[in-house]
Design a protein around this ligand. Sequence first.
Ligand SMILES: Cc1ncc(COP(=O)(O)O)c(C=O)c1O
Length: 402
Amino acid sequence: MSTYDEWKQILSGIPLPAVFVDLDAFDRNIKRFVEAARAVSTRHSIRLATKSVRVPALIRRVLDSGMPFRGLMCYAATEAAFLAQQGFDDLLVAYPTRQASDVAALKQVHASGKTIRQMVDSLDTARVISAGMEGVNRPFEIAIDIDMSLRMAGGRVHLGVRRSPIRSVEQAVELIRQINRLPNLRCRSVMGYEAQVAGLADQNPFKRTISPIVRLIRQKSRSRVSDFRRRLSEQLEKEGTPLELFNGGGSGSVNFTAAEPWLTELTIGSGLLCSHYFSYFSNIAPEPACFFALQTTRSSDPGFMTCAGGGYIASGEPGWEKVPLPYLPEGLKLVSMEGCGEVQTPLIVPRGSSLKAGDPVLFRHSKAGELAEHFNQYHLVSGNQVVDVVPTYRGLGQCFLG
Ligand SMILES: Cc1ncc(COP(=O)(O)O)c(C=O)c1O
């Protein structure tokens, strides 16, 4: 990991704001996650969540790493079509769509001979896709999304994401059966994402008081999730329709999810760039690999320094954990009344700091992929040198969900 002085050298002459990916750290993270999974089981392949990268050159780097990464988990049909054009294959669109334009995009990729699957969680949505696939020369692959949230008190307590209504083995089996009866479709794939384990940090410094509750939720969920996925897999085997693809997990659950032999693959994304939220899980240990740098432009008072830019707030439940974190030089703090602003970000500078106007400050984004929506290019750094500058989706003129 480079020091602040080394970063200053790396950044010199580059107009800020700019994003920097430490490729050495990124590669080490790839290895770390694979080793964490492999320490538990060697049977799963790993699917890369593209939403957590959004830079084709980095997506390619992961797939070419020689590690067991196979295929991409995409977040939009149009994204999958774009990635197919860029030469990628084995695309799982993990979130449903009902738009004719999206179905047309899926159909085009399918017709090109590539492997693409679309997630659904209702027969109604499957029917929309079935109708749109009229005329295909081989069935289009559908995957179903099962709800892995922790529900208690008859559903009055719901801990997890609100996505799929498929919550029992019977419902899942029935949906798969019905989808397989629709024209132009085939369903042998299931995804069950345990968001309240894989995406819920148990050492979040911004929510210390609820950490014990989070640990309890994660612990209780793990056995229920595992049990549900095992029962579903067994039932489908019994029915004579074993799953060809069974996806689970995320960066925050890699070593838990890998313990399930009935899954065929795990998903990993955010942990590779390691946005700051992914430093708050007790069971994974990635290192920061992605930073944005701002220039300091002025000082309103002694002990304060203001940067240009910085308001790259992450999506999800609002809170300080969604705000970028000053990283280097050490000891800088955000001003609570302003946070990271639309065009200005003031910082509290620690006593004795030599930071002066014009110096750069490095930050970490809360989420791994969303930063790419603010920048056209990422600077790739290795051995304290910028070795390449590569376009983000945005830099390639692409914006899939706005
Ligand atoms: C369906 C699904 N699988 C897996 C993940 C995990 O991705 P990451 O490793 O980037 O947290 C997510 C993240 O939201 C998801 O929605």
